[in-house]
Write a protein that binds this ligand. Structure first.
Ligand code: ATP
Length: 279
């Protein structure tokens, strides 16, 4: 019986022999030995003939915190959509580390391999507590009731406590998420992303609608995440960008117009003309 089963197992068309498995999965291992964690090369996206991205080249280093700025319609959202698999480029290549070709993966697979995206509007489970939201995020798609009935291991509980501390919500862990302030909801959602242990975090306009105090704490949070994660922030609030920025990329008409530290890009006449002139 067991001999027959073994034979059947061996003859299965999709069977991956153990000795071959590492070779097959090697392509999916994140390899950042050359420095960058993300490579976009010559990426173009057209919508009805209009080029939202135009031969864009962008490299994000491992552990860096990069701010992306640019006027409305510059292509910032389209760029995030390409990285996360929402939009397929017409031309170009997109790699996660040196080996993982993101254009071969769909949206869920890209999230699975370690690219987390935070949209502008927070989408937390309002009726569930802060702690439960983090628990749900950790367990993925098993379903709310299954997840909340299952027992947490000590390590899982520790991980949730660690994330609660890093997002500054330890004192709020038992509150329903619906009762949090706008800023706290944004932090909770960042925490939910952190539960999945992403290597690269894409954050879209994190401080829109926040109070000055919340904005300051968000700056601290994103700064603290860099190093352990690579973080890409798209933001229009220039004071906020100045407070966190090390390297800034200015997008314009789907390409990089300027790149460098905040002072360099702010004093670049081309940037002043297309974006900062009215600031
Ligand atoms: N699905 C789509 N269909 C048609 N045009 C689109 C689509 N998505 C984006 N565009 C266009 O592509 C251009 C780039 O848009 P995108 O949203 O990437 O810019 P953005 O830099 O994120 O702007 P904002 O700062 O306003 O969010 C815009 O002119 C936009 O109208």
């Amino acid at each position: 019986m067991s001999g027959l089963r073994t034979t059947r197992e061996l003859l299965r068309r999709d069977r991956v022999f153990d000795f071959m498995a590492p070779a097959l999965s090697r392509d999916m291992v994140l390899d950042t030995t050359h420095g960058p964690i993300l490579y976009l090369e010559d990426v173009s996206v057209s919508f009805d003939g209009f080029k939202a991205l135009n031969a864009l080249n962008l490299y994000i280093d491992t552990g860096e915190l990069r701010c992306i700025i640019g006027p409305n319609g510059a292509g910032k959202t389209t760029m995030m959509d390409v990285i996360t698999g929402r939009t397929r480029p017409d031309t170009g290549t997109v790699h996660f580390g040196q080996r993982i070709d993101l254009l071969r993966l769909d949206e869920p697979a890209i999230a699975e391999i370690g690219i987390g995206r935070k949209f502008q509007k927070p989408t937390v489970f309002e009726q569930h507590t802060v702690f439960e939201n983090l628990e749900l995020a950790m367990r993925g798609s098993k379903g709310v009731w299954h997840t909340l009935r299952a027992r947490l291991t000590g390590a899982q509980r520790d991980r949730i406590d660690e994330v609660l501390a890093s997002i500054g919500l330890t004192g709020e862990h038992g509150r329903p998420a619906g009762l949090l302030s706008h800023g706290q909801k944004q932090w909770l959602e960042i925490g939910m992303l952190l539960m999945q242990d992403p290597k690269l975090l894409l954050v879209d306009e994190p401080v829109a609608g926040m109070t000055a105090g919340e904005t300051e704490r968000t700056a601290e949070l994103l700064t603290s995440l860099a190093g352990g994660h690579s973080v890409v922030v798209v933001e229009h609030d220039m004071a906020f960008v100045r407070s966190i920025a090390r390297k800034v990329t200015v997008l314009h008409e789907g390409s990089v117009l300027a790149e460098g530290d905040m002072d360099t890009v702010q004093n670049d006449p081309r940037v002043v003309e297309v974006y900062l002139g009215g600031e």
